[in-house]
Write a protein that binds this ligand. Structure first.
Ligand SMILES: Cc1cc2nc3c(=O)[nH]c(=O)nc-3n(C[C@H](O)[C@H](O)[C@H](O)COP(=O)(O)OP(=O)(O)OC[C@H]3O[C@@H](n4cnc5c(N)ncnc54)[C@H](O)[C@@H]3O)c2cc1C
Length: 319
């Protein structure tokens, strides 16, 4: 995580070698612990070829530096907005990051305390994982901010005709995904008969005061996931999303994965991927530990729940 302080940035465009100053133009609350940070290049430099390329190729990140401690952390840019709010050239090049404030976390706490208009220095892009060109179908198991790479893939895959993606997104608290109603309602009800009744009768805890919702009661990320669905549909790509919330006793079950693995679409040629992204413990639970070898994080063996399932025809990757 430590980096060489090196010379201060000479280039005004985002690049992997030096840190480039960005202005924090907006910090939009998602929940008590997470917010979307919108960063704008201080010199108004447009996206580099490397950034445009990264959007086409898969999952990528940028690294933010904490200037006092001289440490850096990686964050995963959210896809550009599809709605009318991205109405100017400037906004189209903004970088948006979903950042959770970790309890006791050095960099995330520093970032959450920064006022708007602060300068944040970052470098990148760094390609974390390349989505195979021929990918036909993706099942993405996401925990918490692990939704950010899922949104990147939904954006990339959604631009290609006829592709399919299923996102299974788990959160500790409902406030992270307010208004998120899963596709294929019956699938959710079976795990959740009681708590949906509780919600209906008004026993469920009220949404956190900090959580922002729109007129349809949808949280920020849920709204953007819905927008990604529509964007994909325009290229006749299909995106389905299921929401799971720990505090509602609704957890992702192996059957939820199995159901999507036995896709009716298996006759179509192309690669099929199961991707797992989220906190360390979440990845370990589903697919086993990632392993550090010679200073590099590697996939490690397949373990966890997925290792006990019949996943013929699918490859698995931990993000
Ligand atoms: C490729 C990649 C992409 C990522 N994308 C995102 C993203 O889009 N959004 C996002 O929010 N995060 C993302 N992360 C995670 C992010 O990089 C940081 O790890 C995260 O923000 C925590 O950093 P921190 O400095 O705040 O916490 P740290 O200071 O690194 O602490 C992390 C946790 O460990 C605990 N801890 C620290 N020191 C100790 C100790 N001595 N003993 C016990 N516990 C301790 C802290 O309390 C905290 O809970 C990504 C990570 C990677 C590798």
């Amino acid at each position: 995580y430590r980096y060489n302080a090196g010379p201060s940035s000479s280039s005004s465009s985002l690049n992997p070698h030096t840190f480039t100053p960005y202005t924090l133009v907006d910090k939009e609350t998602v929940s008590r612990t997470s917010a979307i940070f919108t960063l704008r290049n201080r010199d108004g430099a447009a996206d580099t070829e490397a950034v445009k390329d990264a959007w086409k190729h898969g999952v990528w990140s940028v690294q933010i530096k904490q200037p006092q401690l001289q440490i850096g952390r990686d964050y995963t840019p959210l896809p550009p907005r599809t709605d009318s709010e991205a109405d100017s050239e400037e906004k189209m090049h903004d970088l948006r990051l979903l950042i959770r404030q970790e309890e006791g976390g050095e960099v995330s706490t520093y970032l959450h305390r920064l006022p708007e208009q602060s300068t944040i220095e970052l470098r990148g892009p760094k390609l974390e994982w390349e989505l195979p060109e021929d990918t036909q179908e993706v099942i993405f198991i996401a925990g918490g901010t692990g939704i950010a790479p899922a949104m990147q893939i939904a954006h990339t895959l959604g631009a290609k005709p006829g592709r399919r993606m299923h996102i299974l997104w788990a959160n500790r608290r409902r406030e992270e995904c307010l208004g998120g109603v899963g596709d294929g309602g019956e699938l959710q009800e079976t795990h959740d008969g009681l708590s949906s009744w509780k919600r209906f009768l008004g026993f469920a805890p009220p949404p956190a005061p900090a959580a922002k919702v729109d007129s349809q009661g949808q949280g920020v990320i849920v709204r953007e996931l819905e927008a990604l669905k529509k964007q994909g549909a325009r290229h006749s790509s299909a995106l389905a999303i299921q929401y799971y919330v720990d505090e509602e006793n609704k957890f992702i079950k192996p059957q939820d994965v199995a159901r999507n693995v036995r896709s009716k679409d298996m006759a179509q040629p192309g690669s099929r991927m199961i991707l797992v992204s989220g906190p360390e413990g979440f990845i370990e639970h589903w697919a086993g530990k990632k392993v550090w070898i010679g200073g590099r994080e590697t996939q490690g063996q397949l373990g966890g729940v997925l290792s006990t399932m019949d996943l013929k025809g699918w490859s698995i990757h931990k993000l």
